[in-house]
Design a protein around this ligand. Structure first.
Ligand code: GSH
Length: 321
């Protein structure tokens, strides 16, 4: 069987099985900790504007969704941002985009320093996004699905006055199911295609991915957004995978039944979101391409980053709404 990109996360049948999220603290106004203190006995951190720092990578879809949600909710003043280099070295995510190679607030050169300060025994992959407490230097959470839902619900007191409701109470049962399907087959499905080390595992992931994209196309042919007339977190989660589809997943992860540009409904939907404030300006196609093609050496040993595809179509009229 082929060598795995992440052997600790590959099953005997050659399927990619993503590691669980190590840090699951939650920032909430219900924390019983006083301001400036660490988490309470239930691992709840106090809600304080300016205290927490979101560490993200522009290339990473799980980071990207956190950034878009933060921006849409107007939390950009409340949560500061640290950006890592899309290329990791042997010590992992690094702050080499900052002038002296250190995150100016946390004072670390590598995200692993914050992980190890929080759990000296941590041996898994050090991942973004991570929400880090600037007071203690500890990682609050790398639990990316809960993080964004908490931004919508627990951080409400700090939202902009006109912030959208990205997780409406009445839609949650349907949204939760939809987002779980999208996660399994699309968000993580592209990774299951790309990191498969057996033909069968790849075939299964590919089939599920395109079946789900077909179903989403039918749904989005009837309505502008996944849950109807307004944008929700489900759209954010789908967008971050679609925007990487042609530049990374189609070639690098072998998700190549069609390109996004060959799936008319999804392509128009993605362009609609791309030109919505909060979305397009957060996309960095150069970081995306360099991260995927240059850092997965088992998949692309030469590290050569393709020059294409032509991206001009992203700003053409989408004809929706
Ligand atoms: N926290 C999740 C998802 C986040 C994630 O995988 N982020 C990627 C970037 S897109 C990462 O940080 N990878 C670090 C690595 O592969 O060492 C996980 O542990 O799998």
């Amino acid at each position: 069987m082929a060598r795995a990109q992440f052997s600790a996360e590959t099953s005997e049948a050659g399927a990619f099985v993503r590691q669980s999220n190590r840090f699951t603290g939650r920032v909430t106004p219900h924390s019983s900790s006083p301001p400036g203190a660490g988490p309470d006995e239930q691992n709840r951190w106090p809600l304080e504007p300016g205290r927490y720092r979101l560490i993200w990578c522009r290339a990473c879809p799980w980071s990207h969704r956190a950034l878009i949600v933060r921006n849409l909710l107007g939390l950009d003043e409340a949560i500061s941002l640290g950006t890592v280099d899309p290329i990791r070295d042997e010590r992992g995510w690094r702050f080499t985009l900052d002038p002296d190679g250190f995150d100016p607030v946390l004072g670390v050169g590598f995200l692993s320093e914050a992980y190890l300060a929080t759990d000296p025994d941590y041996t898994g992959r050090v991942t973004v996004p991570a929400l880090v407490d600037t007071v203690t230097g500890r990682v609050v959470t790398n639990d990316y699905p809960q993080l964004t839902l908490d931004l919508s619900t627990e951080w409400r007191r700090l939202h902009a006055p006109d912030a959208p409701d990205l997780y409406p109470v009445e839609l949650r049962p349907e949204m939760d199911q939809l987002m779980a399907d999208i996660h399994r087959d699309v968000n993580n499905g592209v990774y299951r295609c790309g990191f498969a080390t057996s033909q069968q595992a790849y075939d299964e992931a590919y089939t599920a991915l395109f079946a789900r994209l077909d179903a989403l196309s039918l749904r989005l042919a009837e309505q502008r957004y996944l849950m109807g007339d307004t944008i929700t977190e489900a759209d954010v989660r789908l967008f971050v995978t679609l925007v990487r589809f042609d530049v990374a997943y189609h070639g690098h992860f072998k998700c190549n039944r069609q390109k996004l540009t060959e799936m008319p409904v999804l392509w128009a939907y993605a362009r609609d979101l791309f030109t919505t404030p909060g979305f397009g300006e957060t996309v960095d196609f150069d970081h995306i391409k360099r991260h995927y093609y240059a850092t997965h050496d088992e998949i692309n040993p030469t590290g050569i980053v393709p020059l294409g595809p032509d991206l001009h179509g992203w700003t053409t009229p989408h004809g929706r709404g």
